[in-house]
Design a protein around this ligand. Structure first.
Ligand code: GTP
Ligand code: MG
Length: 619
């Protein structure tokens, strides 16, 4: 119980947010009392305060360049898929740190990736923020959060962190050059949605229809799935490659695969739907330019996706939609799957459109940016061509999924800013010793021979080669999802959650942050001292809400007095302290590094943006 000296009328301690003893004893609110105890004992998030479990991998397998059996998306298993394992694990072998299982709230074991190195996570006084032109960077700020937050204005950074004077960044000519001739633009497409809605089946089926899976591999998958009594998962096995994923029949990590449409080279990011793996989804799907939200149309399943099992919580259809919008994704295809299970009923589709449509609107998806595609992945209806089933064709004349993908617009790419590449994975080849950092270039460009600053270790490395979809390319620009083979740096110095950036324009590394957040549907109020999981790009870090600065009204105006706790649907400015510093940037300067998510007890409790990076003494 709190020992601070508070006024007796106070329900909560002003210093730590804990309830006054007398109040708790009075039993006025048992549920809140339990939550407070939960916070102080970290019951829901206990693993987080243990440094051993604060860094979650987005993926569970050990990976290397040589396509060993554990490698996710090893090209050995799907020659034509050519998919490279991404979105995930650290170079644990290279760091000599063994991966250990981490137990999620409901005892789902996950392996732990490389520890972030605390020695290199101090905010340096002279380490400024990205120096890219602020006018360009500020444009259209806030549009990525939900409606209330998106209307708020971002104050200019008034952080008093000593920084060198910004120097104008001038991109070199080759960085801005047009798209290489004959090379399709890359579109990063996240596949999200409630567990078992058919995301992996749909992805696998698309790959198969587009010739990315050989007959031999498909036959092998079908045979093995049948033998294991999982015949209906044959297509999903193209994405779910690990033994555990196959045995459990669920996706656990974000799987990456490539396919080509008329217009795009699509990077498919097939995300896990199970609620225990939302952290993996956050790490992998933050790279998305657009998303396909897969919905199971069958009776009861759509409802579970909306309101959770038993209808009493938030299903992952809603949670994923909210998250993906908060990642900045504006364009959404809603794939209403398993239409075969409801006899291709138009009425059911309309019902789903009305219910989900109104939720998507509340997440600030514009109606015009949402495309509804009814389909059946299993019966191959409406995927790459118009449907053939008479029950479907009798009323449907719309687009097929492939055409809907080609109708997506590429978001603008910030090639004229300094390089920022958040590292989602690091792989070291056992045989050649080559070291590859995987990730999507958020801004800028690199080519063979470019010098890059590796953060948080602050060492400069040289780009030896770049690989895109397993084939080498000479240049990668903003938007490209690539493997960067580095030389001149020790493998143990580079970690997932780190950043490759321009040596003259380092990204801040900090653990005291001010955020503007929108609180989602929560059962337990957020108090000062609340322990949360802080997610930002490919990092998950244990954190504490250290101050609630103000409530924000719909216009973004802060309240004069700070509230003592936050509840559902409120917008607020809060300060958080992270156990260890992370590479982070103010949202107004780099959106990808300034979007944060707060999670607790297995649920996302708030989405937000970083508005200020602070030093300890400013906190
Ligand atoms: P997670 O990744 O674990 O969230 O699941 P998922 O969304 O990837 O679902 P998955 O592709 O693994 O499919 C789950 C089950 O739904 C499997 O048994 C599939 O055969 C089945 N399924 C997928 N698509 C369809 C469909 O169009 N119709 C029917 N009837 N079943 C489908
Ligand atoms: Mg799946």
């Amino acid at each position: 119980m709190c020992t601070f000296d508070n006024h007796e009328t106070m329900v909560y301690c002003e210093m730590c947010g804990v309830f006054r003893e007398s109040f708790v004893k009075s039993g006025k609110d048992v549920s809140i009392k339990e939550s407070v105890n939960g916070i102080s004992n970290n019951s829901g998030t206990s693993a987080l305060s243990n440094s051993d479990s604060t860094k979650m991998p987005a993926k569970t397998s050990t990976t290397n360049f040589d396509g060993d059996s554990e490698r996710k998306y090893a090209s050995t298993s799907h020659d034509k898929v050519n998919s490279t394992q991404l979105a995930s694990v650290g170079s644990s072998s290279s760091t000599g740190k063994k991966k250990q299982p981490v137990i999620f709230d409901n005892n789902v074991p996950i392996e732990r990736t490389t520890q972030l190195n605390a020695d290199h996570f101090q905010l340096k006084e002279d380490q400024g923020s990205s120096r890219a032109s602020s006018s360009a960077q500020n444009k259209g700020s806030m549009e990525t959060l939900s409606s209330d937050i998106s209307q708020l204005s971002i104050e200019r950074n008034n952080v008093n962190v000593a920084q060198p004077l910004p120097e104008e960044y001038k991109p070199e000519g080759w960085m801005l050059a047009d798209q290489e001739s004959g090379v399709l633009s890359q579109l990063n497409l996240a596949i999200v949605g409630h567990v078992d809605s058919g995301k992996s089946t749909l992805s696998g089926r698309l790959l198969h229809l587009l010739g990315k899976i050989s007959k031999r591999d498909m036959h092998k998958n079908e045979k093995e799935a049948k033998e294991k009594g999982k015949g209906s998962f044959a297509y999903a096995w193209a994405m779910d490659e690990s033994t555990e994923e196959r045995a459990r029949g669920i996706t656990m990590t974000v799987a990456v695969a490539y396919l080509e449409t008329k217009k795009y080279r699509v990077v498919l990011l097939d995300s896990p739907g199970h609620k225990d793996f939302v952290p993996n989804l956050i790490s992998g799907a933050t790279q998305a330019d657009a998303a396909i939200l897969v919905v199971d149309a069958s009776t009861g399943s759509f409802e579970s996706g909306m309101d959770g099992e038993g209808g009493k919580s938030v299903g992952q259809t809603k949670e994923h939609a909210q998250l993906i919008r908060s990642f900045g994704v504006e364009q959404l295809i809603v794939a209403v799957n398993k239409m075969d299970a409801i006899g291709y009923s138009k009425d059911r589709l309309e019902f789903i459109k009305v219910r989900l449509g109104s939720f998507l609107r509340s997440c600030n998806f514009r109606d015009s940016a949402v495309t509804w595609i009814p389909l059946s992945a299993v019966e191959n209806q409406n995927l790459i061509k118009s449907p053939s089933d008479a029950r479907f064709t009798s009323w449907y004349q719309g687009s097929c999924l492939l055409d809907a993908i080609d109708s997506l617009q590429l978001p603008s790419r910030d090639v004229s800013k300094p390089l920022i590449l958040p590292i989602c994975d690091v792989i070291k080849s056992q045989s050649t010793g080559q070291l590859a950092a995987f990730g999507k270039l958020e801004t800028g460009a690199i080519r063979n021979g470019s010098k890059v600053l590796v953060l948080p270790c602050e060492e400069v490395a040289t780009v030896k080669t770049i690989e895109r979809d397993s084939s080498s390319c000479s240049i990668a620009r903003a938007g490209d999802n690539v493997a960067v083979i580095l030389q001149g740096i020790d493998g143990s110095r580079i970690i997932p959650g780190g950043i490759l950036c321009h040596p003259g324009f380092p990204v801040p590394v900090a653990n005291y942050l001010e955020l503007k957040i929108r609180v989602l549907d929560i059962a337990i109020p957020i108090l000062i001292g609340y322990q949360v999981e802080f997610h930002i790009h490919h990092v998950k870090e244990a954190a504490r809400v250290t101050k609630i600065v103000a409530l924000l009204d719909k216009t973004g105006k802060p309240s004069k007095t700070a509230p003592r706790f936050l509840k559902s649907k409120q917008n607020a400015v809060v300060q958080v302290t992270l156990d260890q510093a992370v590479c982070v940037e103010e949202f107004s300067k780099c959106r990808a590094l300034g979007r944060a998510f707060l999670r607790s007890s297995g649920s996302t409790i708030a989405v937000g943006i970083v508005t200020k990076i602070m030093r300890q003494d400013q906190h």
